[in-house]
Design a protein around this ligand. Structure first.
Ligand SMILES: [Zn+2]
Length: 170
């Protein structure tokens, strides 16, 4: 397996450029849903990223650094947690409990839709952050290239096409 030193060097360069005092940890691991994830203080990168061209690696790292800077994993967890607590509180109020089946169906819709659109917002913001850091063209190429490396031969997912359109409009 190739070393992750080149990824570390790119990430350190970005951190210095931004004048960030705290460095995120970098971990290359297969335990990664997609090419990259940012969980609390750690950026996880899939080993497949080691064989990507440098400009694509720059996109992946800039995007994940965006999630890191916005504390997205923590905020997503808090949103999820408050929805769980909200569900419980509403469930134990007798008036809502009387309409429980209908109420819970509506609530489940709010829950799923709310978290989904919040995640989409985080993705948009991470790409916006990356575009400001490395340029919109590199981000656009990066989104397409990552799909080719991660899922070769497969058409671009709907979500990815949406991301490309969003970055195109930024
Ligand atoms: Zn992301």
């Amino acid at each position: 397996m190739k070393s992750s030193d080149s990824l570390k060097a790119i990430l350190n360069g970005m951190v210095d450029q931004l004048g960030m005092r705290k460095h995120p940890r970098l971990m290359v691991t297969r335990f990664c849903d997609g090419v990259g994830m940012s969980i609390l203080g750690t950026i996880l990168i899939h080993p497949k990223a080691l064989s990507m061209p440098e400009s694509v690696q720059r996109y992946v790292l800039a995007h994940e650094l965006g999630h890191y800077r916005h504390r997205d994993s923590w905020n997503l967890f808090l949103s999820w947690f408050s929805l769980v607590v909200g569900s419980y509180v509403l469930w134990v109020i007798p008036e809502t409990h009387a309409f429980s089946w209908l109420f819970m169906m509506v609530w489940e819709g709010v829950f799923v839709f709310g978290l989904g659109s919040y995640r989409n917002r985080q993705e948009r913001r991470a790409n916006q952050f990356a575009a400001e850091l490395i340029g919109r063209g590199t981000v656009l190429d990066g989104i397409r290239a990552v799909a080719g490396y991660m899922w070769p031969g497969k058409p671009l997912s709907k979500a990815r096409v949406t991301r490309i359109k969003e970055v195109g409009q930024m």
